[in-house]
Ligand binder design. Structure first.
Ligand code: SAM
Length: 305
């Protein structure tokens, strides 16, 4: 149970953000993260969920940028998991930061959407809900056990029109073409550190290099599979530039990708970190938000059909 930031991570944060911002990040890492959930609009309305929580003695607060997100300042996940609405799939336990990429993706009913690294399915089910089950979603997951969890969550949440592929997304056939792609990439998890909590995350040069290599290959594949003129979202729960801004700067120019600026004003109350690539969003870890990075990317070229 580390009480201090692991040395390699601290070194990276200091060189990227400097002393003052690193101290703020450290303070975010030290806070107990509050439970939050997303109301699953395929099965319930926020008002009804708020009512059921209140009846169970669980206080909840909304957020300014989404009517579906609720923060539970005093309850842990087990208290929610004990409620019938959880069993029925009316809510999904999800950190606020993790709800941002599907909102940025803006998938529409009738579109072909690829979720490249999908398990356990928080964002796949959110895309299904946002499109009223109207998008055709292909959800890829390399790990077989996590794939089972994904299938379970899709079923419980009532997500339809989702094709699950237990496959390494780097092996997807280049003949596929998608209208939108979410690449919520495997990462170091540097945004989710909680001092005083046990964790299997490793922060060292070799691990970072390995993770970055996978992210780069996945991003290159995503840009090959995206239709020209269409958009994707790249996200990680890391706040390290090596996995985010530096990676995008290296890959986008030669892969027909360009940043579509995110309007941070659309997300009032989200604590932000400085980002080294204009138009991208980096979330500061605090009690409500995990550290997180997201970028909207357009593939150059004219839309066809
Ligand atoms: N998007 C998920 C959600 O919101 O619930 C979380 C995804 S998690 C950050 C990354 C996932 O990518 C892990 O489940 C991991 O097993 C999977 N993964 C890692 N490498 C992969 C690859 N090459 N192809 C497909 N999935 C991969």
């Amino acid at each position: 149970m580390p009480q201090e930031i692991p040395p390699f991570l601290r070194e990276q944060l200091l060189s990227q953000y400097g002393e003052d911002v690193t101290a703020q990040i450290a303070s975010g890492y030290a806070q107990r993260r509050l439970t939050s959930l997303r109301v699953n609009r395929l099965k319930a309305e926020p008002q009804a969920v708020r009512g059921a929580l209140t009846a169970a003695g669980i206080a909840c607060e909304g957020v300014a940028w989404s009517g579906d997100a609720l923060v539970l300042p005093d309850a842990d996940e087990r208290a929610v998991a004990a409620l019938p609405l959880y069993e029925r799939g009316e809510v999904y336990m999800q950190n606020l930061s993790s709800m941002l990429p599907p909102l940025l993706l803006c998938a529409q009913p009738g579109e072909n959407v690829l979720d490249m690294a999908a398990a356990p399915g928080g964002k796949t089910t959110q895309i299904a809900a946002l499109t009223g089950n109207g998008a055709m979603i292909t959800a890829c997951e390399r790990n077989a056990a996590r794939c089972e969890r994904l299938r379970f969550n899709l079923q419980r949440q009532g997500a339809q029109r989702v094709t699950v592929m237990n496959i390494d997304a780097r092996q997807l056939d280049d003949l596929f073409a998608f209208d939108r792609i979410l690449l919520d990439a495997p990462c170091s998890g540097s945004g989710t550190v909680q001092l005083g909590e046990s964790s299997r995350a490793r922060f060292d040069r070799e691990t970072l290099a390995r993770v970055t290599k996978t992210q780069e290959a996945l991003l290159r594949k995503a840009l090959r599979l995206l239709r020209p003129g269409h958009e994707m979202v790249y996200s990680t729960c890391s706040i390290l530039a090596a996995e985010n801004e530096a990676l995008l700067r290296r890959v986008l120019p030669g892969a027909q990708g360009e940043i579509v600026p995110i309007d941070a004003a659309a997300f009032p109350g989200v604590p932000l970190l400085p980002t080294a690539l204009p138009g991208t969003l980096c979330v500061m870890p605090d009690a409500r938000y995990e550290g997180f990075f997201a970028a909207r990317i357009r593939k150059k070229g004219a839309k066809r059909g």
